[in-house]
Every structure is written in structure tokens, then in C-alpha cells.
Design a protein around this ligand. Structure first.
Ligand code: NAI
Ligand code: MG
Length: 351
């Protein structure tokens, strides 16, 4: 029997509540499937760990993680203990960068029974593929001068390799989904990087003749996510554009507590990392009411990545069953606890 080795990092706050919940769902899925199992190894790396050891993870932490099939992370951050930039850069960003997790993928989909802030949402179901390693988030540039003569220059770095990699990944996703890719561009306003982005898009698309495409300027596309999200299938975007679009995606789903995400390594050299969109939610920690759906949906994405697609689909079906039945936590207007939602999902899986 296949045994998937998963490094589990619950992290801080509600991460410690929703990660164990999602692990239980994965164990239940393995029981039902009877063809694979999960072996979780839990690491206490977090802000509390930092207080004790002066680092977010041990020096050989990355070496330790490298031997796992996947990394399953909750949330990192506790401003009362450690400044956010220290905790984020010491753990999350370090793993993303060092393990070349060059794609960030975030689906957005209407869950039955969940109220979207959109007045009349049609059945949208799309995924944003965001370039996760370069683009606008580069360290190239600088500041000079003082007072009214001060200047800041921030360079965006787009390589053909990085751009093409993200686009190919998006097209491969489209092949498995609705066969359409939308490119987020701004070649009317940004005169070097975005015409380049368009050129690479036009090159790559010739390799995927079955996939239809369109190209939209980022400002118009941001509006489409609100006015007609049901027309989208796969959106491919640069680092900054993707960052912004995915937050709109999480927003229109109804609660950040349901939004999943994946940081993917695509050269097979290092494991990928799966973490929900939300943070450590200090305002509700310890109350047992954190929504576990974002973490459980993230587990579903991990199963997809491991090639267990049929089981992944079953998990999403079970999530949709409980939202339809309104077994939901307070962020979705319900009264259920983390425990009750998790149990309901497990019960549905075992049905
Ligand atoms: P947050 O996502 O933790 O919370 C924002 C709001 O959403 C809060 O009202 C919270 O109660 C609610 N929320 C979040 N997750 C929820 C869930 N599962 N169920 C129900 N409600 C949920 O973002 P915030 O407050 O800006 O950040 C708190 C800490 O988390 C900070 O230290 C921040 O740096 C960190 N953070 C970490 C992230 C990560 O690990 N990827 C992402 C975002 C923030
Ligand atoms: Mg963001």
C-alpha cells in the first residue's frame, strides 16, 4: 500500500485547530479508499518555537522537510510574540523560495449554501495560477536622495523561463478543466514586461490547440471577477496581479475561512506546500469555531497533486454536502464548531 509521507506544520493560532481536523479527514479518506495511507510527522515550528529557540525553524529544517512527499501547513503569525515579517520570512517565505515553489494556485468556487457577497452569483468555478517567484516582487531597485528629492525605484523581473513555466502550468490545468485560459496583462500601460508577457502567452498557446484563450487587462479583469466570474476557467497572472486577483477570488466565495491554496514545485526537486489562504485568526483562536473547510479543501489540493484525484474529488463533494446542509461555523452564519463540521465531513466520506 502506498504511504504518503507528509510534513505537518500547524504553526500558530487556529492553524493548530484546523490542521489536526484536516488530518483526520485525510485519514478517513485513506480508510475509505483502502489503497493508500498517510504518515504525518508534525513539526512545532511557530512563533512559540521562536520564543524558545530564537529561530522559526532549526537550521537543518529545510533538509528535514526535503525528504517528505508534501508539506501541509496551517498558518504562521502571532504579533504578540514575534513581528510578522520575522515569522513570515523565517518560515513560510523561506520554504516557498528555497523549495522553488514557483506556482501559487488558488481556486475560487461557489459552495452550495454559502452566501457570497455578490448579489446574484452564478455558478463560478475558476482557478488562478499565479507566478510565485519573480515579476513585480523582486529585490532589484533602491532608494536614494532625501526629502523632496527622494527617489524609489522598484524593478520588475520577468524571465522567459519563469513566465513560460507559469503559462504552461496554466494550460495543463485548463486541459483538465474547462479548456480555457485567460491571461492577465497590462500591455497598454506597462511597456516592457507586459508586451513580453503577451508574446510568451502567444508562443505557449500554440502548443495547446484544444485550449481557447483570451487576454484581459488587469483592471478590467479585476472587475470581471466581480461582475461575471462564471465566465472564467483558468486565469494566469504575474506575481502581483495574481496576488490581488486571488484575494478577490477568496472574497467572492463568502469567507476567507473556506479558501484553499497551494505553493507548487514543478521541477520535482522539492516538495510542494499546501496551506489555506487565511492566517492564524487571533480574534477567534481557542474558541473551537475556526472554519476547517479552507484547510480541508487545501488537503484536497494536496491529494490532486499526489495524483489521488478521485479521492480529492470525494473530499470536495463532502465539503459541498455539509455547506448545503448548513453545518457551518459562525463565519458562514452557522453555529457549528470546528469539530462538528469536521465530523460531518468525515461522516459523509464514509457514507
Ligand atoms: P486572518 O486570516 O488570520 O484573519 C482575518 C479574519 O478572518 C479574522 O476576522 C479571522 O477571524 C477570520 N478568519 C481567518 N481564518 C478563519 C477561519 N478558518 N475560520 C473563521 N474565520 C477565519 O488574517 P489577519 O488577522 O490579518 O492575520 C493574523 C495573523 O496571521 C498575522 O500574524 C498574519 O501575519 C498571519 N497571516 C498568516 C498567513 C499565512 O500563514 N499564510 C496569511 C495571512 C495572515
Ligand atoms: Mg495576498
Amino acid at each position: 500500500m502506498k504511504s504518503w509521507k507528509i510534513a505537518s506544520i500547524p504553526g500558530d493560532g487556529v492553524g493548530k485547530e484546523v490542521v489536526p481536523a484536516a488530518e483526520r479527514v485525510l485519514h478517513a479518506m485513506a480508510e475509505v479508499h483502502d489503497g493508500f495511507q498517510f504518515e504525518f510527522t508534525s513539526f512545532p515550528w511557530s512563533c512559540e518555537y521562536y520564543l524558545e529557540h530564537g529561530v522559526m525553524m532549526p537550521e537543518d529544517g529545510l533538509d528535514t522537510l526535503a525528504s517528505f512527499d508534501s508539506i501541509f501547513l496551517g498558518a504562521v503569525g502571532n504579533e504578540n510574540l514575534v513581528p510578522d515579517h520575522v515569522s513570515l520570512w523565517g518560515l513560510l517565505i523561506k520554504i516557498r523560495r528555497e523549495f522553488e515553489q514557483v506556482i501559487n494556485m488558488r481556486p475560487a468556487k461557489v459552495l452550495p449554501g454559502v452566501r457570497s457577497p455578490l448579489a446574484n452569483p452564478k455558478e463560478f468555478d475558476f482557478v488562478v495560477v499565479r507566478e510565485n517567484s519573480e515579476g513585480e516582487y523582486s529585490s532589484s531597485g533602491g532608494r536614494t536622495g532625501r526629502g523632496e528629492d527622494e527617489i524609489a525605484i522598484q524593478n520588475a523581473v520577468f524571465t522567459r523561463k519563469g513566465t513560460e513555466r507559469a503559462m504552461r502550468f496554466a494550460f495543463e490545468q485548463a486541459n483538465k478543466r474547462g479548456s480555457h485560459v485567460t491571461s492577465a496583462t497590462k500591455s497598454n500601460g506597462i511597456i516592457h514586461s507586459m508586451p513580453f508577457w503577451d508574446d510568451v502567452f502567444n508562443d505557449v498557446k500554440t502548443d495547446f490547440p484544444k485550449v481557447t484563450t483570451d487576454s484581459q487587462h488587469i483592471d478590467a479583469l479585476a472587475a470581471f471577477l466581480v461582475t461575471k466570474p462564471e465566465t472564467l476557467d483558468v486565469v494566469v497572472a504575474s506575481n502581483l496581479f495574481g496576488d490581488i486577483l486571488t484575494d478577490i477570488g477568496a472574497g467572492i466565495m463568502g469567507s476567507i475561512g473556506v479558501a484553499p491554496a497551494a505553493n507548487l514545485n514543478v521541477n520535482g526537486k522539492y516538495p510542494s506546500m499546501f496551506e489555506p489562504v487565511h492566517g492564524s485568526a487571533p480574534d477567534i483562536v481557542g474558541q473551537g469555531i475556526a472554519n476547517p473547510i479552507g484547510q480541508i479543501w487545501t488537503a484536497k489540493m494536496m491529494l490532486d497533486h499526489l495524483g489521488e484525484e478521485a479521492s480529492a474529488t470525494k473530499i470536495l463533494d463532502a465539503i459541498e454536502h455539509v455547506t448545503r446542509e448548513q453545518i457551518v461555523t459562525p463565519d458562514l452564519g452557522g453555529t457549528a464548531t470546528t469539530e462538528e463540521v469536521t465530523e460531518a465531513i468525515i461522516k459523509q466520506l464514509k457514507r
